[in-house]
Design a protein around this ligand. Structure first.
Ligand code: CP
Length: 309
């Protein structure tokens, strides 16, 4: 599979076979991600990490992945610390960062920003989340975690719950799971259901998602329960956020209806949608999922920058 010098802007840029090859490479990266094995195969390369929206996991796991492989990192965490604050365009900013590094990782509040960056950058660009658009590397680590937890990705019953309208992680994930024949159930308040554009895309690929507002009705069928935060920062009207905040809250009592081997995942951060008492249950995979960001991003960096382990 040839990933050398490629952009990763949308999960639609990847085929099922390419996704599987990244997941296989991620498996090999696990002992390097923990530091048990060491290989500075990307020594001499520079990653430009541009995060124009807050991040804990994505930014730090990209940095950790880079350092584990001997790759240097230059980074900016706030637009106000760049010349964008003086009026420079994103396109010119990208041209400049492109001149200083070998690969750009971009998180930006506007949907489409990563595609724009990829158009202006000679070096490859990885989308680390563009507004309510997509988050393809999160999807790769989600799939990696599901495969670890369930043994295979084929034909899983996956319940996606929470903010399916603004949640970019579930947009990319629904599209990727469709490639693996998943049965999707979309649980959300009516105002936060999955956008038609995504629904139409997955239907074209053969998926027939079920929609409901009631998690209780469907939790017993799930192989994977993928929970998302209601994204306060994306609501144009705070009053609309208040109407739906706290709609879903997973606790141990609710899990009595679930299959014993159901995996609970969450891209994090969580607010109150998973009670802390669930953290110690066998179902909880979300902290492992967050760690998996390191081997998966190591695999991507190696594949794109040409490092062989
Ligand atoms: N899952 C995720 O994207 O987390 P961060 O916003 O902390 O990067």
């Amino acid at each position: 599979m040839d990933f050398y010098d490629r952009d990763v802007v949308s999960i639609r840029d990847l085929t099922r076979e390419e996704i599987e090859s990244i997941l296989d490479l991620s498996e090999k990266m696990v002992p390097y991600a923990t530091g048990e094995k060491v290989d500075r195969v990307l020594h001499g390369k520079i990653l430009g990490n541009l995060f124009f929206e807050p991040s804990t996991r994505t930014k730090l796991s990209f940095e950790s992945a880079a350092y584990r492989l001997g790759c240097d990192v230059i980074d900016v965490s706030e637009m106000s610390m760049t010349s964008i604050s003086k009026g420079e365009t994103l396109a010119d900013t990208i041209r400049m960062v492109d001149a200083y590094c070998d690969l750009i990782v971009l998180r930006h509040p506007y949907e489409g920003a990563a595609r724009l960056a990829a158009n202006f950058s000679i070096n490859p660009v990885i989308n680390a989340g563009d507004g309510a658009g997509s988050h393809p590397t999160q999807t790769l680590l989600d799939l990696f975690t599901m495969r670890q937890a369930k043994g295979s990705l084929d034909g899983l019953n996956v319940v996606l719950v929470g903010d399916l309208k603004y949640g970019r992680t579930v947009h990319s994930l629904a599209e990727a799971l469709t490639m693996f024949g998943a049965k999707l159930t979309l649980v959300a308040p009516d105002t936060l259901q999955m956008p038609d554009e995504i629904i139409n895309h997955i239907k074209e690929k053969g998926c027939r998602p079920a929609k409901t507002t009631s998690l209780e009705e469907v939790i017993d069928k799930a192989d994977v329960l993928y929970v998302t935060r209601i994204q306060k920062e994306r609501f144009p009207d705070p009053a609309e956020y208040k109407k739906v905040a706290g709609t879903y809250r997973i606790n141990n009592a609710m899990l009595r209806e679930a299959r014993r081997d159901m995996a609970i995942m969450h891209p994090l951060p969580r607010i109150d949608e998973i009670a802390p008492e669930v953290d110690s249950s066998e179902h909880a995979k979300y902290f492992q999922q967050a760690f998996n960001g390191v081997p998966v991003r190591m695999a991507l960096l190696c594949a794109i920058l040409g490092g062989e382990i």
